[in-house]
Design a protein around this ligand. Structure first.
Ligand code: TYM
Length: 337
């Protein structure tokens, strides 16, 4: 059987990028009969970027409700919160001790912070916590804890999964005595939607404030956000370059190839931007509208979500605890005979 795993950081409201890059492909993979899937809320990761307790709490609920509304079958998959699995931070420490500092120096998130500091003439590490610096080790623990072989993510996460692989290899080399204690994971990226652009054409991201919410605010909020997608000033009837902004890429993420081609052709033939945005909103709403109805119901049933997550954590720990015991044994933290 194949183990598939992915997580979402609980710092905000899920957006279209999370949906097309991770949630949708992950749920499709989970439908295969020979797959065991693990989906979780990365709420320890959230603490790296956010020190607002209310926001973290709210986001945990919203992201849990999003997974369920999108069709996650919690009885079939293992669905849990990272912070309910004490074995994960324990494994993080074991991995921290075999991870080269130089590997962490190369991590994108850390490098981006250092570059931003340099641009402003600040000290290289200004504002960088050890949490941000060693973020990839916690993520490696998430993945290795459950022996995940395949990790569906958007392109921005690929480097982290490669690091998890490196760290696992190092651990196996040091302690495996010829056997693989830890399973080597691989990223699975859907090339068509690997990086969904946001309102301004850059990667859709909470940190760029250019996201389109998946469910929050209802169809009106979706339309309002789409209205803010940046386009040029070509008038109705004038030919337009479909690749000059985010419209077409987002449309394609919710359409068949033929529909996407027709949309691009209509823009080239002079379709008005306003009309194009209207069509995009309808196309997205057709897919997510029914899910939003479930989402709205679920967010008010937080007790039910809590029960599901508690059950998921118990199920996850039946796998995590024995693996951790094996690792402790292998590294010399042995239980008395
Ligand atoms: P996060 O919360 O930033 O994003 C969740 C998932 O959404 C994908 N994504 C995108 N895909 C396509 N286009 C976009 N514009 C876009 N924006 C976000 C991300 O690639 C990701 O798959 N560190 C991770 C969470 C995490 C994790 C893990 C993932 C923690 N542990 C273990 C996999 C396995 C993160 O911050 O993702």
């Amino acid at each position: 059987r194949t183990r598939v795993l992915t997580g979402i950081t609980t710092t905000g409201t899920p957006h279209l990028g999370n949906y097309v890059g991770a949630i949708r492909p992950a749920l499709r993979m989970a439908q295969a009969v020979d797959v065991d899937a693990f989906f979780f809320l990365a709420d320890y990761h959230a603490l790296i970027k956010c020190d607002d307790p209310e926001r973290i709490a709210r986001s945990r609920l919203e992201i849990a409700a999003t997974w369920l509304a999108c069709g996650l079958d919690w009885q079939r998959v293992t669905f849990y919160r990272q912070s309910d699995i004490p074995e994960i931070p324990e494994l993080t420490w074991l991995l921290t001790c075999v991870t080269a500092k130089g590997l962490m120096n190369r991590a994108h998130a850390y490098k981006a912070a250092v570059d931003a500091n340099a641009a402003q003439g600040e000290d290289a590490d200004a504002g960088v916590t050890l949490g941000l610096y060693s973020y990839p080790v916690l993520m490696a623990a998430d993945i290795l804890m459950f022996g995940a072989q395949r990790v569906p993510v958007g392109r921005d996460q690929v480097q982290h999964i490669e690091m998890a692989r490196d760290i696992a290899q190092r651990f196996n080399h040091l302690y495996g005595a010829g056997k693989d204690l830890l399973t080597l994971p691989a990223a699975v990226v859907d090339e068509d939607v690997a990086t969904l652009p946001g309102l301004d054409g850059r990667k859709m991201s909470k940190s760029y404030d250019n996201t389109i919410p998946l469910f929050a605010g209802g169809p009106r909020a979706l339309e309002d956000a789409i209205a803010r997608i940046v386009t040029d000033s070509r008038r109705p009837g004038e030919p337009k370059d479909p690749d000059s902004n985010a419209l077409c890429a987002i449309y394609r993420a919710f359409a068949t190839r033929a529909q996407g081609d027709a949309y691009a052709a209509d823009l080239r033939a002079g379709l008005a931007w306003g009309e194009a945005k209207q069509r995009l909103a309808t196309q997205i709403e057709d897919e997510i509208g029914p899910m939003r109805a479930r989402y709205d119901r679920l967010t008010v049933e937080s007790n039910q979500i809590e029960e599901i997550l508690q059950e998921g954590a118990a199920k996850a720990r039946t796998l995590a605890a024995p693996l951790l015991a094996r690792l402790r044994q292998a590294i010399g933290l042995r239980a008395p005979q």
